[in-house]
Write a protein that binds this ligand. Structure first.
Ligand code: PLP
Length: 420
């Protein structure tokens, strides 16, 4: 069977043929390959084609596919049963690993990034007794109702739903501001600071393509604390990727709550929210904020997460290696843009990177949207034909893994040269 035939058949059984929308290739057209095997930096589709992978399951696989140590740890745990719905020793181990990475006292495990941010927001509301939350345009925090919201007509107006099924009444509790606009944030804090429970933000945005926070913006975020607002760093993507302690370590952030996911589960479904004791003690069974999960903290996900974090923690040189690879890719792409006279901007932090087809700078979602998406589509398909699996949307970050090498970066740049 070919990718195209199976994708056709899938439409009869699964909405759009996919379990998550971006996989359907709507932004780039064409048929998504069915990936059935991965090894290191490479994935293989059911037709036997091999691709150099820059998606890495959208971030979790910082060690590349099928890392032997991760697999053997999972296998070991799996032999003894898949799940018990009871406390398990590996939860304690993984919580301790999170605490070595982040300045937090208590960690609650859930199974997806969506659950982590949704629960962190409920906790922030329960803790502060306030209703409003602030998010930023182009930041994605999963698909909880209150987060599928776009800005109203001005910074101080209430949010409007971006998805059918989200009640207007609920969207109104979310204020949507511009990322990297400290003045806009300060204005809203001055006007409504005392009604706001929390500000949730991506410390480096990956979901508008990569956007890099300015120092002034990060400073303004922290000033919100003076209003009793809790700062929630959504490190689902950046956690354990930009450093072992994520963006919090890399930028010296002081969030009140942190949402983690992706790498935390090492490729199996694990996520978490964490913070200082006084806040986290409001979570059930200690406190009045309810949150639960049948498969939360399940042994398999704890095992793959723990194996992944242990490798990262024991080999800090891996982050330097990722930085060097990222730099090589960034510089190579910039040189190619020049060489081919292509208008473009490369945004990168560590092992997260986006090439936007616009002069730039690209600091906000509105600036990111200036990218030439037709150009992106052509380049994407030209790369795919050459065996390079780049994210199938210009508003997604490309990731590197520790399994990528300089030769693979150079081969990727060669593919880009032909594509451009
Ligand atoms: N937060 C961020 C920053 C993300 O990038 C994502 C997913 O890409 C989420 C939250 C949601 O995580 P999940 O897809 O595991 O629900």
């Amino acid at each position: 069977m070919t990718n195209a035939e199976l994708f056709q058949e899938a439409q009869a059984h699964i909405p759009g043929g996919v379990s998550s929308p971006v996989r359907a290739f709507k932004a780039v057209g064409g048929t998504p390959p069915y990936l059935v095997r991965g090894e290191g930096a490479y994935v293989y589709d059911l037709e036997g084609n091999r691709y150099l992978d820059y998606v890495l399951s959208w971030g979790p696989l910082i060690l590349g596919h099928a890392h032997p140590k991760v697999l053997s740890r999972v296998r070991e745990v799996m032999e003894r049963g898949l799940t018990f719905g009871a406390p398990h020793p590996l939860e304690v181990e993984l919580a301790k690993a999170v605490k070595r990475a982040y300045p937090v006292d208590l960690v609650r495990f859930v199974s997806s990034g969506t659950e982590a941010t949704m629960s962190a927001l409920r906790l922030a509301r329960g803790y502060t007794g306030r209703s409003l939350i602030v998010k930023f345009r182009g930041n994605y925090h999963g698909h909880a109702d209150g987060l599928l919201v776009e800005a109203g007509s001005g910074a101080l107006t209430f949010g409007v739903p971006t998805s059918a099924g989200v009640p207007q009444e609920y969207a109104r509790l979310t204020l949507v501001l511009e990322y990297n606009d400290p003045e806009g944030l300060k204005e809203v804090l001055k006007a409504r600071g005392e009604e706001i429970a929390a500000i949730i933000f991506e410390p480096v945005v990956g979901n508008a393509g990569v956007l890099i926070p300015t120092e002034e913006f990060l400073k303004a975020l922290h000033e919100a604390k003076a209003y009793g607002v809790l700062l929630i760093a959504d490190e689902v993507m950046t956690g354990f990727r930009l450093a072992f302690g994520g963006a919090t370590e890399r930028f010296g952030l002081k969030p009140d709550l942190i949402a983690l996911g992706k790498i935390l589960g090492g490729g199996l479904p694990a996520a978490a929210y964490a913070g200082r004791r006084e806040i986290m003690e409001k979570v059930a069974p200690l406190g009045p904020v309810y949150q639960a999960g049948t498969l939360s903290g399940n042994p398999l996900a704890m095992a793959s997460g723990l194996a992944t974090l242990e490798i990262l923690e024991e080999n800090p040189g891996l982050y330097q290696a990722l930085e060097r690879l990222g730099q090589r890719l960034e510089e190579g792409l910039k040189a190619l843009l020049q060489e081919t006279g292509t208008p473009g901007t490369v945004n990168r932090v560590g092992s997260m990177l986006t090439l936007f087809f616009t002069e730039g700078p690209v600091r906000t979602f509105l600036e990111a949207k200036k990218t030439d998406t037709n150009r992106f589509k052509e380049v994407f398909h030209a790369l795919l034909k050459q065996g390079v699996y780049w994210p199938p949307s210009n508003f997604e970050a490309a990731f590197l893994s520790t399994a990528h090498t300089e030769e693979e970066i150079d081969r990727t740049l060669e593919a880009f040269r032909k594509a451009l």
